[in-house]
Design a protein around this ligand. Structure first.
Ligand SMILES: [Fe+2]
Ligand SMILES: [Fe+2]
Length: 299
């Protein structure tokens, strides 16, 4: 189906995040708490897992039949790989030892539910070939938007200038990823009640926060605490507000439910770096930027 998203423009702009001028030697000059480093590692792992998710995605029929999916998935996976590499390089520049085998360790430790999801995704795509892409696109929109907001928070909470530069450049690409998934989901959900029901049920049964499955549950909880203040913060409401703009997902509250169910509280102030002079955009303000202005949507 034709999308309002300009795939040609996206493909022309796609590429590895530009880090040629990053002053890596300055990375250790700005101290980070152990909790901050743990959050950076979480996103190194999450970004580096994209290759694994691509494997299961390309087995689905829509990946082949939808004209925009194959080019997007190729560029998306390429860009995500370089996000993982950026965090890996940052960690090593800071002095953290990360073995080259970190990806195989992550893969061997993936949870059982991750394997079930992989099979379930394939079966659902076969059973509902027309409606399944909407569910997948909505899922992707949630994860990309969460990641975008997470990096805004990572900048705010670490106060590390080099990490900020890296995150800002990555965020531009995350926003373009989000735009693709969101526009695709929006159009497909608007056209089909079946797609709305399938998407809602798929999310309610199978969805977990971005990064879950490749990291331990305690690492997931830590990231949600460090970045979002868990159930005590306002950031999660911001994330959900955007997702509720999708047709049929006006109820979306799964991130709120996750942090409430797991008793994830606010992070202690001692976890954070120095307060930044200029301050990042508040997560609440990011939600109000018109989607068409901050993405390469063809509108
Ligand atoms: Fe990414
Ligand atoms: Fe992304």
């Amino acid at each position: 189906m034709a999308s309002r998203f300009d795939i040609e423009r996206f493909m022309e702009q796609s590429g590895a995040v530009d880090l040629h001028d990053i002053p890596w030697e300055d990375v250790p000059k700005y101290p980070l708490s152990d909790e901050a480093l743990r959050a950076v590692r979480y996103f190194m792992t999450t970004e580096s897992a994209t290759f694994y998710y691509l494997r299961s995605l390309i087995q689905t029929k829509p990946a082949m039949s939808e004209p925009e999916f194959a080019p997007f998935l190729c560029a998306w996976a390429f860009e995500e790989e370089f996000h993982g590499r950026a965090f890996l390089k940052f960690m090593r520049a800071y002095g953290v030892k990360v073995d080259d085998t970190y990806r195989s360790e992550m893969y061997s430790h993936r949870t059982g539910s991750e394997r079930t999801d992989e099979v379930g995704q394939f079966l659902l795509s076969m059973a509902f070939p027309e409606a399944w892409p909407a569910a997948h696109m909505a899922w992707g929109a949630i994860q990309e938007w969460t990641t975008y907001i997470a990096y805004n928070q990572l900048i705010e909470r670490t106060g590390h200038p080099v990490l900020e530069t890296i995150c800002r450049r990555i965020m531009k690409q995350e926003l373009r990823h989000f735009s693709f998934y969101f526009h695709q989901a929006e159009e497909r959900l608007r056209e089909s009640k079946v797609a709305q029901v399938l998407t809602a049920n798929t999310l309610k049964v199978g969805w977990t926060p971005v990064g879950d499955g490749m990291s331990s549950k305690s690492d997931v909880a830590h990231a949600l605490q460090f970045l979002f203040d868990g159930a005590d913060g306002t950031v999660i409401a911001t994330i959900e507000k955007r997702i509720r703009q999708l047709p049929g997902l006006e109820w979306f509250d799964l991130l709120s439910k996750y942090v409430a169910k797991n008793d994830i509280p606010a992070a202690p102030k001692s976890w954070f770096g120095p307060a930044r002079v200029t301050g990042t955009a508040s997560s609440a303000s990011l939600i109000d930027v018109p989607l068409a202005l901050m993405t390469n949507a063809a509108v």
